[in-house]
Design a binder for this molecule. Structure first.
Ligand SMILES: [Zn+2]
Length: 88
């Protein structure tokens, strides 16, 4: 692992934080993962060279800056997955 996509960490964190406020029709792990994937596909990746301490600091800073965008995309993804879950 040489680089990290900060966006992945940020979306995972915000999704966990907001999970109970989202109106998802199915709260299983599969649907949660689908929401994560749909959200990440809609947002630009932010790669950083792997350096643990710095990555965490950058993730924190970016999360604040991008929270509105991330929240909007998570809500949109939750809507998509709720309407059409990938399982029965
Ligand atoms: Zn489900």
């Amino acid at each position: 692992m040489k680089v990290t996509n900060l966006m992945e960490q940020i979306v995972e964190e915000v999704l966990d934080e907001q999970w109970h406020y989202l109106n998802v029709s199915c709260p299983c792990e599969l649907c949660k993962n689908d929401i994560l994937a749909v959200t990440l596909n809609a947002l630009p990746p932010r790669y950083v060279a792997h350096d643990r301490g710095r990555v965490i600091v950058q993730a924190r800073m970016m999360q604040e800056q991008m929270k509105a965008d991330v929240l909007r995309e998570i809500a949109r993804a939750a809507g998509i997955v709720s309407t059409k879950p990938s399982h029965q």
